[in-house]
Design a protein around this ligand. Structure first.
Ligand code: 3PG
Length: 414
């Protein structure tokens, strides 16, 4: 037992049917059905392998894509082959979640077999819109179709989906109400690494916050500044633009209009308060890049042409950020510095990841875009720890008990 949650060491696995919920959610090329990244599949594969090697009949549940943004919403069929490659054992797939075909298939499994079910979010009860609208309690989630159909077939429920631990959905929080439950190895590892990072980071501790997930970035900023975890926060992306405006810097009407149009105007007021209180801990860009006629242009803050919108930090800022990262003892990164998917606007993100690759600091990277950047710039082996979680990680940092953690603690009592 760790953190009030059981681990798989506490269970007999040979011949037992184990439902394991993982997070294999990856960007998908919808035209070809190919996964654009396999990092999360690689991360959860060791737990799946261990269960199978110990003789369990392993049933893997996973979601793919978001029903809110309706992005990357896809079958988990392409994940089968990738999982098989990382696990090193055959993985079967069935185009069903808890219907008669899935039930028959689960009943037919032998010890050591692995079966991947289809995207659990194909079931309405598992969707985030459903979660947010109905807000079912964990007891109510135990009465959903997926739990009623699959729980009677299983001996144990294992959750290895740390990246989805902030979701309150039946395959994440319902099974723990009716089955003995444990966390998987990845869940345990992420919990330990992130707790240690928050409690006793080596100093100086630098946070690099970028990207466009504004509510997540502000939540994280408030937490790490309030708790004293961050000695400095380097900013990029939309996060930097909002803080620059809050700090009274002139960054171009185009950037301002974009923020207001994206409904992030309210964050300018929030940023003013945070900036006033923690001004000395923020490092804001001294220059930005923008795109004109398909070409990268740069301007110092205060001399940005009115109509343009920032798409990256400038080269002076990138050099300064590199220096700070290289002289830190801990660096935590969430979010890119600009639109790093495009050549003209990737400079800042690339520079930050280069410094992450050669700094002597303990480096932690979290969130989908940051994982993609890590792969793109070939830094996977150079980062000390790559956390699979984005939203879950941020909420975990705030100290709130995540729904899945709460459910697993309940599952430990069964
Ligand atoms: C993620 O990508 O952060 C996790 O897989 C959770 O996905 P969600 O935000 O769509 O619930």
């Amino acid at each position: 037992m760790k953190f009030g949650i059981k681990t798989i060491d506490e269970f007999e696995l040979d011949g037992r049917t184990v439902l394991i919920r993982v997070d294999m959610n990856q960007p998908v090329d919808m035209a070809t059905g190919k996964l654009k990244s396999t990092a999360r599949i690689k991360a959860c594969a060791p737990t799946v392998r261990e269960l199978a090697e110990k003789g369990a009949k392993v049933v893997v549940l996973a979601h793919q894509g978001s029903d809110i943004e309706y992005k990357n919403f896809y079958t988990t069929a392409p994940h089968r082959e990738v999982l098989e490659g990382f696990v090193g054992r055959p993985v079967q797939f069935i185009e069903d979640v808890c219907g008669p075909a899935a039930i028959e298939k689960i009943r037919s499994l032998s010890a050591g077999d692995i079966l991947l079910l289809d995207n659990v979010r194909f079931m309405s009860e598992e969707q985030t819109l459903f979660e947010q609208k109905l807000q079912l309690s964990h007891e109510e989630q135990a009465k959903t179709l997926v739990v009623r159909k699959l729980a009677p077939l299983a001996d144990l429920y294992v959750c290895d989906a740390f990246a989805a631990a902030h979701r309150d959905q039946p395959t994440l929080c319902g099974f723990e109400q009716v089955l003995p439950s444990a966390m998987g190895r990845l869940f345990e590892k992420e919990y330990v690494v992130i707790s240690e990072l928050m409690e006793s980071p080596a100093r100086p501790c630098t946070f690099v916050l970028g990207g466009a997930k504004i509510s997540d970035a502000f939540l994280m900023m408030e937490t790490v500044l309030g708790k004293g975890t961050a000695d400095r926060i380097l900013t990029g992306g939309l996060v930097a633009n909002i803080l620059l405006i809050a700090a009274g810097k002139e960054i171009g009407q185009g950037s301002y209009d974009f923020i207001v149009k994206s409904n992030y105007g309210e964050y300018i007021e929030k940023a003013k308060k945070i900036y006033a209180e923690y001004q000395d801990r923020f490092v804001l860009p001294v220059d930005i890049a923008y795109t004109e006629d398909g070409k990268r242009k740069e301007a110092d803050i205060g001399a940005v042409p009115a109509a343009v919108a920032a798409t990256d930090i400038g080269k002076k800022s990138a050099a300064q950020y590199q220096e700070i990262i290289r002289s830190s003892a801990t660096v935590f990164v969430n979010g890119p510095m600009g639109i790093f998917e495009e050549e003209e606007t990737e400079f800042g993100t690339k520079a930050v990841w280069e410094a992450l690759g050669d700094t002597p600091a303990y480096t932690v990277v979290g969130g989908g875009d940051s994982i993609t950047a890590t792969t793109k710039y070939g830094k996977t082996d150079d980062i000390s720890y790559i956390c699979t979680g984005g939203g879950a990680l941020i909420r975990f940092l705030t100290g709130e008990e995540l729904p899945v953690v709460k459910a697993l603690r309940h599952g430990a009592t069964i």
